[in-house]
Design a binder for this molecule. Structure first.
Ligand code: FAD
Length: 822
């Protein structure tokens, strides 16, 4: 901003002289006197773009006499050294680095995608008889120098328009351009960002402070979702945009930079400086395919969307969205949406046209035309009951689920609007924790602990000495080493490593994998979660400031997850659930592909010496020094190697149809961070403490994750909150007293009870009352992974079984092997 301030002063002077020159030039009628500069940022599309639409449809007398669509490659967010013409000349811009970890802010995947999207927009605008100017630098400075250059040639800027975007830097740019407009006497207009599902003007909040902190509350305010998006704007016809400003009037890109005039040149200049972001990056595994092979741009976005419907994948999305491998399990629209290549309401409109049968392109796809508005459906039903067409008013489940996710995206952005820079704080956007607040009943969300206490103060490990905790184990150096392993995908935790390597190689990884990775870093390793968020910021092709930071906060327990700290993803259990054949981990971590047993693939340190030898893994760091070891039971047998030294827990299924795994961790009595886990399953919808809240549809199963006791005096802390889903209750939460030691046990219960079940856990003997309601069977098809809990966490240090649950539900108690060093 300092630079900008200086610039503004200079520009005022320059503009004065430019104005006097302008008076002379006024006689030349060819020089435009009412130019619209239209700054495009993350709205890289020609269709459904309100600014272009307004410019194209203005009544004749109000039309701008020239148009200057502008994209600025922002030197504060991207490495622009690739644009330096003469390689002996220095890049005047400092390298762009993230604040906490110092990673490049935009890595090669997004850089390439953005280059492609900019190119595509330029082509679209040309087709409309216009074009796009691409410049590089600091946005307000670039705009100012263009305005100055135009003025020097006798042209006048009549207005500058841009779309409002979230992010403090984006806001600062908006402010700076607004004040530039004041200086040059141009109209300033900041437009609502219309690439979201529900338009900001339709959400029904008087102020953003009224935004509920729980997504479900917000969703309910907005339902029915399909009725909410505004219609897409009509397409712009060729020749309707104001004429493109004459290139000769527009200042060139100042040295030492040149903007390439080919797509390959542009992509190369953007991506090549950041391609070596990790020394010794593992090789791309032979035969593995990227789940995100898409090119940026509006054309690609619509192609992808149409394909997703035509292949039938949109209709089955609800069942597949937790997939890990391949292109078809989810829409892969995120990167297009992030750059504004497509709007969420365009996505909605296309899906809606398929559902209603109004777009013949989809006529051969099952479900085409199956949706009717209620009134139409009733009419049809009355006229033709035999064909059961009344049912046709039902929404397509897959498409309903896509709408739901698009609303999440809206919500994350609104949270950003509400909490602004708290998004980037270690403590998140929750209320700051103060010791004296304990017990004041102001806990965040309904599920973050019983008795309304605020969440426990997070203690984050840091790789930086100055920021490390006084008693941090391991030391800052140790944490730094762990982070390197985390980044390279060599932690020894198969699902995490596969996801991290997929990200390294492609810039994409699925939502399910992201949740596990974030939870692993924040909740298992307890490392400052911002290192993960910044790593994602650099590498994700679909990085979006609101979605990324809000999701990281959510999963790390400092954001708006009502279950906050207690939601912990067990990456082994999750791998068993979502990578049933181990194909995902084998695809991205080829070293483990020769291991036969799944539990070994998911955690190679559990393999026998013979198997390790056969797989060529002896001495591999993932085996010799896994950053964490999680003991896990399959078929009632502990899946760990003998070194763990724990006795078996048992698994008894409490009726949950999908119950397959119990698991348990324990403590060897040596480390402070050992765990006692127990989990089990039962049936039912169980809600502890009478609190009901919606877990996300994709809420992870976090049964029995336990942090072991530091002392024996266990006290109930959390009780638990059950999922409201009919598929089963969630486990109880139990805190084992010691500062570092919690024991979790899952509550039990059959049926649709909302009973207070918080006495279970940790050697619990009392399952929740039986309910057995027919309506709420465990693991129902809708929420197949929701569970009624049954296990009790272990509170024993070393060598004992953890829990002994009786009756319904199961137990897998634990005895305590080391949970390994971090
Ligand atoms: C730790 C973490 C970081 C994330 N960072 C980003 C990010 O930087 N950019 C980003 O777009 N998404 C982010 N997500 C959300 C989600 O993982 C991706 O949107 C999704 O995986 C993209 O694939 P898709 O387009 O096939 O999604 P689909 O499953 O097909 O979903 C459809 C669309 O809904 C939206 N969406 C889905 N899930 C979410 C969600 N949890 N939050 C917000 N929007 C969602 C996306 O726009 C997505 O394209 C993050 C999630 C986690 C857990």
């Amino acid at each position: 901003m300092l630079v900008l301030g200086l610039h503004r002063t200079t520009s005022k002077l320059t503009l004065k002289s430019a104005r006097s020159r302008l008076r002379v030039a006024m006689t030349d009628t060819k020089v435009p006197q009412n130019i619209l500069i239209h700054i495009l940022r993350r709205d890289l599309r020609a269709s459904d773009n309100p600014l272009l639409h307004a410019a194209a449809t203005a009544p004749d007398g109000e039309k701008f006499d020239a148009h200057l669509p502008l994209y600025v490659i922002d030197a504060s967010q991207m490495d622009v050294s690739g644009f330096v013409k003469d390689k002996d000349t220095a890049n005047p811009y400092k390298p762009t680095r993230s604040q906490v970890a110092g990673y490049p802010r935009c890595g090669p995947y997004r850089a390439k995608f953005v280059g492609e999207a900019v190119w595509d927009l330029s082509e679209s605008l040309k087709r409309l008889g216009s074009g796009l100017f691409v410049r590089l630098g600091n946005l307000p400075e670039v705009v100012e120098s263009l305005a100055r250059g135009l003025a020097e040639k006798g042209a006048k800027v009549g207005a500058i328009w841009m779309t409002s975007h979230e992010g403090s830097e984006e806001k600062a740019d908006e402010k700076a351009v607004a004040s530039l407009c004041d200086n040059i006497g141009a109209e300033w207009k900041l437009w609502v960002d219309e690439k979201y599902f529900i338009d900001d003007r339709d959400i029904g909040l008087e102020s953003i402070n009224q935004l509920p902190d729980v997504f479900t509350t917000y969703r309910k305010m907005q339902e029915p979702l399909r009725a909410k998006p505004r219609p897409v704007l009509p397409p712009i016809e060729k020749g309707f945009l104001p004429p493109l400003v004459d290139k000769a009037l527009v200042p060139e890109q100042p040295t030492p930079f040149t903007i390439p005039d080919t797509l390959d040149g542009l992509v190369d200049a953007l991506a090549s400086p950041v391609k070596d972001f990790l020394p010794n990056k593992p090789d791309f595994p032979e035969g593995t395919q990227s789940a995100h092979p898409y090119k940026g741009g509006e054309a690609g976005a619509h192609e992808r969307l149409n394909h997703f419907i035509l292949s039938g994948a949109a209709s089955s999305y609800k069942a597949t969205r937790n997939g890990l491998l391949g292109t078809e399990f989810s829409t892969k629209l995120s990167a297009f949406l992030a750059q504004g290549c497509i709007t969420a309401r365009q996505v909605h409109a296309t899906l809606d046209a398929f559902e209603r049968g109004t777009d013949a392109r989809f006529k051969d796809v099952k479900g085409f035309g199956a949706y009717k508005d209620k009134e139409d459906a009733t009419e049809v039903a009355e006229g033709d009951k035999s064909e059961g067409k009344a049912k046709s008013s039902k929404e397509n489940e897959g498409i309903e689920a896509i709408r739901f996710e698009l609303l999440w995206r809206d919500y994350m952005r609104l949270c950003h609007q509400k909490y602004r820079n708290k998004f980037f704080r270690l403590s998140g956007f929750q209320k700051d924790y103060k010791e004296e607040d304990a017990g004041d009943g102001s806990g965040s969300g309904s599920g973050s602990g019983s008795e309304g206490k605020p969440p426990k103060k997070h203690e984050w490990k840091s790789p930086v000495k100055e920021r490390a905790l006084p008693d941090q184990v391991p030391s800052a150096e140790g944490v730094a080493e762990t982070l390197e392993r985390f980044k390279a995908g060599t932690t020894g935790m198969g699902l995490i490593d596969a996801s991290q390597r997929e990200l390294l190689h492609t810039g994409y990884t699925s939502n399910r994998a992201r949740q596990n990775v974030a939870s692993f870093l924040a909740k298992h390793l307890k490392i400052d979660w911002r290192y993960g968020a910044e790593w994602y910021e650099m590498l994700l092709v679909d990085y979006d400031v609101s979605s990324n930071w809000a999701n990281w906060q959510y999963v790390s327990g400092v954001g708006n997850d009502p279950r906050g700290e207690i939601r912990i993803f067990n990456p082994i259990k999750q791998a068993f659930e979502y990578d049933k054949e181990g194909s995902y981990v084998r695809a991205w971590v080829p070293e483990v592909s020769k291991l036969k047993k799944l539990e070994n693939v998911f955690q190679p340190c559990t393999a026998s010496k013979e198997d390790l030898m056969e797989a060529g893994l002896v001495g591999n760091v993932m085996v010799t020094e896994p950053v964490l070891r999680i003991n896990y039971y399959v078929d009632a047998k502990p899946r760990t190697n003998k070194r763990g030294g724990f006795r078996r827990g048992s698994r008894r299924v409490g009726g949950g149809r999908h119950m397959t795994h119990g698991h348990g961790n324990g403590n060897d009595g040596k480390t402070n961070h050992a765990n006692g886990n127990g989990s089990g399953n039962g049936n039912g919808n169980v809600n502890g403490n009478g609190q009901t809240h919606d877990a996300r549809m994709d809420a992870p199963v976090v049964n029995g994750t336990t942090r072991g006791p530091g002392n024996r005096v266990a006290h109930h802390r959390g009780s638990f909150v059950g999922s409201r889903s009919p598929g089963g209750g969630r486990g109880g939460y139990f805190n084992g007293g010691g500062r570092h030691y919690n024991g979790n046990g899952n509550g039990n219960g059959n049926g649709n009870n909302f009973h207070n079940n918080n006495t279970n856990g940790g050697g619990a003997h009392s399952p929740g009352p039986n309910g057995g309601g027919p309506k709420y069977r465990g693991g129902g098809p809708r929420y197949p992974f929701a569970r009624g809990g049954g296990g009790g966490g272990s509170f024993h240090r070393g060598g004992h079984n953890g829990s002994h649950n009786r009756d319904n539900g199961s137990s897998s108690g634990s005895s305590p092997p080391p949970d390994g060093p971090i």
